[in-house]
Design a protein around this ligand. Structure first.
Ligand SMILES: Nc1ncnc2c1ncn2[C@@H]1O[C@H](COP(=O)(O)OP(=O)(O)OP(=O)(O)O)[C@@H](O)[C@H]1O
Length: 243
């Protein structure tokens, strides 16, 4: 069976500098796939390429599934960037990128409007983040870092995404917030959302991931199931320098 998302042969450049070299990954339905690699390895660029924010010079990014029209698949590299979220791909970039001047509710409405979702979706997202329910009228820029991260995730979830891309969502957060974000990733997995998670902390990866793809200097080197990685964590040392 084909994966929900298949990235193959991806070459990406910034100017003349090549940062992804034939990168490959596959995301299966309902799994959490972690991307790990050293700083500058190309993890963020991979997510941006999926979102159409960086145009690959070659390669393909195919989303499969019945909602992709009669052929059952969509070549995402052929879509304009604003079309990608409409296909049900939510993105929470590093640094969150909220509209700080807008209220919590207005930020969530941007997510809802992207795929014409309504109150039912909003309510189910707020059930995951009850804290945001109390702050719907608050200006987003005045939320704490952890609350902003929750809002960024909630906004992406207002798309009712099939696929969620999370770029280091717990970076710089307090332990209680880290725990909340991790619980949310697992709750979403339970709901059938498929997630690509860029994460640097081994203990988070071991707790959340189903599989890990290791990226080194823009090359996808190895993909391992989490049970394999627990039995033999040497890849963590090899590609991330930990363990
Ligand atoms: N806008 C840009 N212009 C030029 N080079 C860039 C740009 N963004 C990233 N790069 C370079 O591309 C390479 C890959 O960067 P990328 O952000 O994808 O790595 P990463 O694995 O996400 O790293 P980190 O863990 O530090 O976030 C790095 O060498 C980086 O310096």
């Amino acid at each position: 069976m084909s994966a929900l998302l298949n990235v193959s042969g991806l070459d990406c450049f910034y100017g003349e500098v090549q940062v992804l070299h034939g990168l490959e990954l596959a995301l299966h339905k309902g799994e959490v796939l972690c991307l790990m690699g050293r700083n500058g390895a190309g993890k963020t660029t991979t997510l941006k390429a999926i979102m159409g924010l960086v145009r690959p010079r070659s390669g393909s990014i195919v989303m499969n599934g019945p909602e992709n029209g009669p052929s059952g698949s969509t070549e995402l590299t052929e879509l304009a960037a604003h079309e990608v979220p409409k296909r049900g791909i939510g993105y929470v970039p590093q640094g969150r990128r909220l509209f700080a001047e807008m209220t919590v509710r207005e930020n969530l409405e941007i997510g809802l409007n992207t795929r014409r979702k309504g109150t039912d979706t909003l309510e189910s997202v707020l059930d995951l983040f009850p804290l945001l329910r109390e702050r719907l009228k608050q200006q987003s820029g005045t939320l704490s870092g952890g609350e902003q991260q929750m809002l960024a995730m909630a906004r992406a979830l207002c798309l009712e995404p099939q696929i969620l891309l999370l770029d280091e969502p717990t970076e710089g957060l307090m332990p209680s917030m880290i725990q909340k974000i991790r619980e949310t990733v697992l709750a979403l997995r339970h709901r059938g959302v498929s997630t690509i998670l860029v994460e640097q902390r081994a203990e988070a990866v071991l707790a959340l991931a189903d599989r890990v793809t290791f990226i080194e200097n823009g090359h996808s080197r190895e993909t391992v199931a989490i049970a394999e990685l627990k039995a033999d964590p040497s890849a963590l040392r090899r590609y991330v320098g930990i363990g």
